[in-house]
Design a protein around this ligand. Structure first.
Ligand code: B3K
Ligand code: ZN
Length: 852
């Protein structure tokens, strides 16, 4: 397969200002007739090239006359044209029910739906399938009325009526020119939860959340989140919705979270359906965040789209930043920031440190689907956040206004965005642009030294080498800093924003009245790794006194990491400071429960591993379990008090109730870790009596990690209760795959043979295979069987769904971080993947790059 390079970008040869599509829908054979109005773009004599993927042209007409001179170039249809404007008609037949890739037009639980981003439209019809070709779409669909009573597409419904043979038709027009990746249609036996929203200029928009009839009661939360999002984007960014209809459809088989098709978002049902009995608080929050994310794309993505796929972070990084800000505004901003940083560290930092590291604006790719990564999304969001920090709120808003106004209706670049920030912000972002081109997580060392009356803060930065980028230039790192007095606990300085833009920089503070303790990268103002010379006592101090909640959390995490890394490398560790710090946090009446729960949670096995030169999964597991047991034992009364105090009795979805459940479940975990005799009964009682899934799954997870005889009882009871509910069975598989028990590998191998396990559904595949591969100790079993299991599953999944398979390769690609024996076994599996016959280009790219 060939790499596509950013520097090879060329304007499209032909534009398609208008397209009309006529679908004769049938799961086995759908006929697609397309009429394209094409215009020559600039003075050239190149033929019209229409991309296809698995299509065969049944007929091609130019200006109404059957054409003879077209040819196929690989998968693409090439038509030489003489004039500057023509009408092209093509006809193809496709089979949605055989489409297991879930890209293009496919069938899911009896309905027909589409997914086009990035390059799925070419699996539906021949078209210049690139984001800088914007067209007005008219769509007509005809289908069997009994099987597909609801027919939806982008834009506004125009007309509908009966057709012969029990069929009916509907026509939708989208007045906004859009790239092909935003095309969508849905046909199915669906019902809608409807509502309306009046926009800031007084237009009424009809909202609909479409699902299968039994799921209708689970759609209120998503509908509510949609209304909140529409209002928020008006209030915070001045962005109003632009069509008369906004529809969302939930489908069961979906490669990722959701898709922002213009006026017709299509969602993985796990990000729509919620009720207290089946969805956790995490699910509720994720639903609101994804609904907001896709809605926000209407401006950051659809009205202003991407010129080419190298600019993907233009829409994704910005939209993630927007959805993070939205969620922060719905509850605790501090807890939201902690969660976002936790997930950045769990997924993006390892990516940036491994063989698949790439810049936020990549220079090349083989398969674009492989670049919907944590780097493009989450690091991309951090870049926007840093610019917002540098500009300040007013200028940032002026800059986004300028960006939206200037590029509305066009396909833009990351450079266009940064230039808007620069212009409206009155700042020079020349050096800042390196964040878009250089991969790798910068490291900052911070040394605070008192020298008589002068306190010096020596800062230094390095950016590690990454594949294809051996040498790096210094970045601009916006670091929020504040000093606190060790004795008084009071701040000694104001918070200041330091722009570290040189390899080394020094700050001086004169005449501080007492020894200072450094609070740095407050609010996680820069997505970097900080090595600061802070003792356990300093960190414990900050965990109690810092006035920035993120920094307070961070100090505790650092203290935990230092304690654990010492325990792993030396076999034991001094943890007195940590125990006291956890006790203080746990019993501090000024803190909210959600924050406490985050702060007292130990870093994950894999994050501990990320701190070490060679990851030793067993030693990490032992050290972490030992520390958990000590924390559990030494603070048992405090955990019990926290548990009792947070025992809310009736379900409510509010920040306070969520925080109570979170702390209750964290406390339950520690009570179990203490080895308390009644822990399993406590967990089972919670599991059994729960009126919500957060508590039920929390009880289940504690039992699944343990050895009580109640364990099997809970596993069976959960399975029986939710038999037939796919989203909840995913949790059943996932909880077992994440178990910390010794026999998890064998249990997972067995679960893969369970009648409810299937690779055909991406959620199910991720729930078992994806979850298992991030269970550090089980996956890295010294026998290598964990690697073999995952590779076997991925080879099988690749045959059905390359996109979803390729996303699961990275854990195997981390071999350089492990001992020679494990590394060899991991490489062996990657090699086996590369050698498997008929490998997709998705898997080829991920696996070969992972071997380098
Ligand atoms: N834009 C889509 C992601 C498409 C992924 C294609 N492989 C959802 C989102 O980011 O909002
Ligand atoms: Zn997105």
């Amino acid at each position: 397969p060939q790499a596509i390079r950013r520097e090879d970008y060329r304007q499209p040869d032909w534009l398609v200002p208008e397209i009309a599509l006529d679908f004769d829908l049938d799961p086995a054979a759908t006929r697609v007739r397309a009429t394209l109005h094409v215009t020559r773009n600039g003075a050239h004599d190149r033929a019209l090239v229409l991309n296809g993927d698995g299509l065969e042209a049944a007929s091609v007409k130019v200006d109404g006359v059957a054409a003879q001179n077209w040819r196929m170039d690989g998968q693409d249809l090439v038509i030489p044209l003489t004039g500057d404007a023509h009408t092209i008609e093509t006809e193809v037949v496709i089979a949605p029910e055989r489409n297991t890739q879930l890209q293009g037009l496919y069938a899911s639980s009896g309905m027909l739906c589409t997914q086009c981003e990035a390059e799925g439209f070419r699996r539906i019809t021949f078209f210049p399938d690139r984001p800088d070709v914007l067209s007005k779409y008219k769509v007509r669909m005809t289908a069997d009325k009994a099987r597909f009573p609801v027919l939806l597409a982008n834009g506004d419904p125009i007309a509908q009526g009966p057709a012969e043979g029990g069929r009916h038709w509907a026509e939708w027009h989208d007045p906004f020119p859009k790239p092909s990746y935003l095309f969508a249609l849905v046909a199915g036996d669906l019902v809608a939860n409807t509502g309306s929203f009046t926009t800031m200029s007084g237009r009424e928009v009809q909202l609909g959340i479409y699902v299968r009839a039994p799921d209708l009661p689970k759609t209120d939360h998503a509908l509510h989140a949609l209304k909140l999002s529409m209002k928020w984007d008006e209030d915070v960014y001045g962005r109003e919705y632009d069509l008369d209809v906004f529809n969302i459809v939930a489908v069961d088989d979906f490669n990722f979270g959701a898709m922002e098709n213009k006026g017709l978002n299509v969602f993985n049902s796990r990000y729509i359906l919620a009720d207290p009995d089946t969805a956790t608080d995490w699910d509720y929050d994720a639903i609101a965040a994804v609904v907001a994310h896709e809605y926000f794309h209407n401006w950051s993505g659809n009205r202003v789209t991407c010129r080419d796929w190298f600019q993907l972070s233009l829409k994704e990084g910005f939209t993630v930043f927007r959805d993070q800000s939205f969620s922060a505004d719905q509850g605790s901003a501090a807890v939201k920031r902690i969660e976002d940083v936790r997930s950045l560290r769990a997924s993006q930092f390892p990516e940036d440190a491994g063989p698949l590291a790439h810049p936020v604006r990549p220079d090349e790719y083989i398969e674009i689907s492989n670049f919907y990564t944590a780097t493009i999304y989450n690091k991309g969001a951090e870049l926007i956040r840093m610019m917002a920090t540098i500009l300040g709120p007013q200028k940032f808003r002026a800059a986004t206004d300028l960006y939206f106004d200037r590029f509305d209706g066009t396909a833009a670049t990351c450079e266009d965005f940064v230039a808007s920030m620069e212009e409206a912000g009155g700042v020079d972002l020349g050096q800042f642009r390196r964040w878009y081109s250089q991969a790798g997580t910068p490291r900052v060392s911070a040394n605070l030294v008192q020298d008589g009356a002068t306190t010096r803060l020596a800062l230094a930065q390095t950016v590690p080498p990454t594949p294809g980028q051996p040498v790096k230039e210094p970045m601009v790192l916006p670091l929020k800093i504040r000093l606190f007095g060790e004795k008084s606990g009071a701040p000694l300085t104001d918070e200041q924003l330091v722009l570290l833009d040189k390899p080394e920089q020094e700050l001086r503070f004169e005449g501080l009245p007492e020894r200072a303790v450094l609070s740095i990268n407050r609010g996680f103002s820069a997505p970097v790794i900080v090595d600061a010379n802070r003792s356990a006592a300093d960190l414990a101090f900050l965990s109690a006194h810092d006035d920035d909640p993120f920094a307070r959390y961070e100090a505790m995490q650092q203290l935990m990491l230092d304690t654990l890394v010492a325990a792993v490398t030396t076999g034991k560790g001094e943890h007195g400071a940590l125990i006291d710090a956890v006790r203080n946090t746990l019993t501090d009446p000024s803190l909210d429960r959600a924050f406490i729960a985050e702060a007292v949670l130990l870093p994950s096995d894999s994050f501990i591993g990320d701190q070490m030169a060679v990851v030793d999964p067993d030693a990490i597991f032992r050290a972490r379990e030992a520390l958990r047991a000590d924390l559990g034992n030494l603070l048992e009364p405090e955990w019990r008090a926290a548990y009792e105090g947070a025992r809310a009795n009736r379900f409510e979805y509010s920040p306070a109730a969520k925080g109570a459940r979170r702390l209750k479940n964290v406390a339950l975990g520690y009570i179990a870790a203490s080895g308390a005799a009644d822990a399993a009964e406590l967990a089972y009682a919670q599991f059994d009596a729960a009126d919500n899934m957060t508590d039920r799954q929390g009880g289940l997870a504690t039992l699944v990690n343990g050895t009580s005889s109640l364990r099997e009882k809970a596993i069976q009871a959960f399975y029986q209760r939710y038999a037939g509910n796919a989203l909840v069975l995913d949790k059943w598989f996932q909880t077992q795959a994440l178990s910390s028990r010794d026999d998890t590998l064998a249990a997972v191998e067995k679960l893969a043979r369970h009648p409810d396990f299937t690779l055909a559904n991406p959620n199910r595949a991720r729930a078992l295979v994806g979850a298992f591969s991030i269970n550090q100790r089980a996956f890295h079993d010294p026998s290598g069987r964990g690697y073999r299991f995952v590779a076997d599953q991925l080879i099988a999944l690749d045959k059905l769904n390359p996109q979803t398979a390729a996303k699961l390769v990275p854990p195997l690609g981390r071999w350089k971080r492990f001992d020679a024996d494990r590394a060899a076994k991991m490489r062996g599996e990657l090699e086996r993947i590369v050698a498997s016959p008929g490998l997709s280009k998705d898997m080829f790219e991920q696996a070969t790059k992972s071997l380098d």
